[in-house]
Design a protein around this ligand. Structure first.
Ligand code: MG
Length: 286
């Protein structure tokens, strides 16, 4: 099942992408509105399946031109990010191969939906892309064993971990360079894990900047795979439904190129992964 969160001029809603590509949506003030994704995930059980049935049965067919995509979960309780999780990217960045998942945080103000502008702030012109996939937690847990970790995953989505490199790297902590408003593109959909290989193994992950392929990796090259990431993070903190973990990026980022390749106003960046669709955003100046 592919779910999206959207807004129209006067409301927000939940949509389901049908097998034929049609979007069936219900606005939050419509009869039968099943609830926002975050609250559905908190309710647990087979609630996503029931929401999909409701949307199929009662949803209006929406024209993509009439909606704006929001992040599938606009305000997750946590957004955790794994850095340097592909060997070739750690090497191109001149950083050591980490012995443990290297985790930093993002906050909801940094998120932006598919098709919405990524904002290049006044403060920097070193705006870089990072093609990633995100894990969305479905079932809460603490000290989750790797062998059971995938039972805690509701689904996956594309993510572009947009980074202001000069701000990111001027201190040892990366949080500020990774949290400018509207730099973390997330979407277009949450795809439930039953539609993907376990842990999203064996999938091609790419980034295209203005149509040219700049990243082309495989999720088989993750240093820490989905179960290991969940095990290491949940050893520290309770993971809750709707929490988002982004999993790192393969080689090809702009900062590693000579000369560096920064995104500028008017550029289009598109992240794609088999099974998760395409996440396309334009760059706009603040
Ligand atoms: Mg990243």
């Amino acid at each position: 099942m592919r779910f999206l969160t959207y807004r129209t001029v006067d409301t927000t809603g939940l949509g389901l992408v049908a097998a034929n590509g049609e979007i069936h949506g219900l606005a939050s003030d419509d009869d039968y509105f099943p609830g926002e994704l975050l609250s559905l995930l908190h309710r647990g059980g087979d609630v996503l399946t029931r929401a999909a049935t409701t949307l199929e049965r009662h949803g209006k067919v929406l024209d993509e031109a009439d909606i704006a995509y929001l992040p599938p979960i606009p305000s997750p309780g946590k957004i955790l990010c794994v850095g340097l999780n592909y060997r070739d990217h750690a090497e191109e960045a001149g950083m050591a191969i980490p012995s443990h998942a290297n985790v930093f945080a993002r906050f909801a103000t940094s998120l932006v939906g598919a098709g919405q502008p990524i904002i290049l702030p006044h403060d920097s012109d070193h705006l870089d892309y990072e093609a990633e996939f995100a894990i969305v937690i479905g079932r809460a847990g603490r000290r989750i064993e790797a062998a059971a970790a995938l039972d805690h995953v509701a689904g996956y989505a594309l993510f572009n971990d947009g980074s202001l490199r000069d701000v990111q790297l001027r201190t040892s902590q990366w949080v500020l360079g990774k949290n400018f408003d509207a730099t973390g593109a997330f979407g277009p959909w949450l795809v439930t894990s039953d539609e993907l290989p376990p842990g999203c193994r064996g999938l091609r992950l790419t980034a295209r900047l203005n149509g040219a392929t700049v990243q082309d990796g495989s999720t088989d090259d993750l240093l820490f795979d989905v179960p290991t990431i969940i095990q290491q993070i949940s050893a520290v903190m309770t993971l809750e439904p709707g929490d988002v973990i982004i999993t790192g990026t393969p080689a090809g980022v702009g900062m590693a190129r000579r000369p560096p390749l920064w995104m500028k106003a008017g550029d289009t960046i598109e992240i794609a992964m088999e099974g998760l669709g395409r996440l396309r955003n334009e760059i706009e100046e603040e």
